[in-house]
Design a protein around this ligand. Sequence first.
Ligand code: GAL
Length: 798
Amino acid sequence: MSDPGSGNRRRAHPRRRFLLGAGAALTGSAALSAVLSRPTAPVAREGFGADWLFGPYTQGCTDPEFDDRGLALVSVPHCVVPLSWQDWHPADWQQVWVYRQHFLAPAQLRANRAFLRFDGVLSAATVYLNGRRIAARSGGYLPLVCEVTGALTGRDNLLAVVVDGRWQQDTPPDLPEYPNPTAIDFYQPAGIYRAVQLSGVPQAYLSDVHAQQVAVLTPNRTVLVHCTVDSAKPVKGPVRLTATLSQDGTELASSFTDRSGVGKGETTVTVALQDLGAVRLWDVDDPAMCDILVTLSVGGRKVHTYPVRTGLRDARFTVDGFRLNGRPLKLFGLNRHQWYPFVGGAMPGRVQRRDAQILKDDLNCTMVRCSHYPQATAFLDACDELGLLVWEELPGWDHVGDTAWQELAVRDVHDMIVRDRNHPSIVVWGTRVNETLGQYALYGKTDQLAARLDPTRPCTGAVAGQRGYVSPLYPVKAAGGVFSFNDYSRPRPPGAPPTLRPPRHGVPYLVSEAVGTLVGSPHVRRTDSPAIQRQQGLLHAWVHERAAADPRYCGLLAWCAFDYPSGWYHSQRGVKYPGVLDFFRIPKPGAGFYRAQRDPARGAVLEPAFFWDFGPGSPRTGPGRDAIVWSNCDTLVVTVTGRRPLIVRPDHVAFPHLAHPPFRVDLRVDGRALPELSIEGRIGGRTVLRRRFSADPAFDTLAVTADDPQITADGEDTTRVALRSVDRYGAPRPHARGVLTVAVDGPGVLIGEPYLDFGALGGAAAVWIRSVRGTPGTITVTATHPFLDAATATVTAG
Ligand code: GAL
């Protein structure tokens, strides 16, 4: 099934559905609340993923009677326009759109309180239910939650969402420069690009639970469970809040707080969980999660439950570095943008989680910065589960707007912290807009708000340039926070290894960006020169070496993990290319530095910083006198056909603080003979890995690989299929020519393009495959190419 871009299809007439289908056996209000109020309740999630009707806004399109037969059938997450992997044109999405959803609401839902939740809509949403305007939100990175109690009918309900995809100059992160699409360094394509849920809850319900950790490293370790009860009317009689904490299925603590009644509206009740000595702490190497279940009982009857997944840990930024659970830990990481080819931000949970896996498991990062806005909850959940520390920040980029804009920035800080404060992975809040100075009044407010909503985490905000480095420290000091600096110090003389500024005296100091775009080549594509490929990994290695050398650096988060769409300086046809992985999440040779920083106990790594290629576009003389190989072995044996093996050791002299420095090897060769390269990795004299690289393109093939063998047939679940030109041993071949054709057979929708310019892509790309709701089966993705044999990958939808 082929469906390029946003997956729009026409249909004859909107099909009405029951929101609560088979499987939702509800028996009374307690059951209803238990099923529906969980963020992950399958019924709620299914409810508004598929079957949206979508098109340009027209007069009357929010009315229930509007004739919507001409609209396209789409599923959410959704982007309003099909996009390519380059050449995005903001004018295409900067218009006003409408999404319509017809549904039947069962009697139980209508008898209780009901809420609609939009996890993310770019750039502004106005919500209408049955013709009535019920809520609006401007700003695309945090949820819009609205109560729809009493607004649902027993007949066809019509939810209409007007999505304004235009630049919102009064809303962060936008600037007043509309319609200048290059005003900030990332594109923001419009759409309902995150999940939508409708949930039912009882009259008095738990609207929020905040599990605040206290004195985690002491014998008095406590979790203060702040429970917000929201009641439609005053509740008389005994009210009990019970909290239990379990780990790995074993209950370790339980406690309750009683009250006599609660008033109308919100009431916060705290339950203290103590005696938590048996709880395993959450750590980067052992991300031990805990489950806290809060139960609200009224008059002895359980009316609502609220599950929270969290983890107990003590995270501290000090003037002598970062400490996790009392132990020094150098923060080692990258910045992440959330955008993907073809659909912008509109990728579901599985794809979001995958980025966290890449950062932690493949790139060995201990931390990621969510630059420059709150990212998908699924991404943060994965960071929790994998042990990847997170910096999360409010939306913004190098600009603070007028009073109205600033009010929304404060709102965003509030909504971000309330949404995410139970995530153990988050260790610092970005309460100040990236690269903005001064703003003491605004940042005084955001820091104070953060301290009130979450007294456990420090605040920060990245500053840049000489003025940033020497700026007064009021906001940092006031918040007991972290001084974060985007350190793009220029190497002097040009070409010399990059340096970092010394840590600012007297404050915890973190390098929040370095290298990438502004130091070294502004872009790194597979088609760029071998010197650029080689340099990328080395630049990252140098700045991490510098940060590792001085304990006062809490760590360094380099720029950046993935290529991203932008019209800003140094973009090439709408893409910025500083990522160590490309836009498709395929590693570049420079990623080898990160991949090699792995404990060899987790597996040996051996990644050349070059392509072993002698075809057009590659030097005939090979990678040269000072070729780089990244590895976590202690010795490499490098053999070129017909030559004596070279024994090479890591460059601990230049990089004394890196666990796994680069190996330098003389690989000047005569490529005309198409010599083969073999690299053997040894640890303690034992061979642990051997890789071969062929110079002979006659045996090149296509590698087509799916990230997941199985996805759920729900019309939303999606997996990536990577398409790579490789040599006979599976090593990348960068100078592919011709067009790659991609076909999908079976119950899967192609998110991507059926024809890809493999030459321009440097022989590496990907498409994503989305399941079809209610249609299990085998999905086969076939890639064909004029010079390489066809190859396939299969994914089972079940
Ligand atoms: C920084 C900015 C990043 C990115 C980077 C490279 O100044 O914080 O968002 O734009 O430059 O272009």
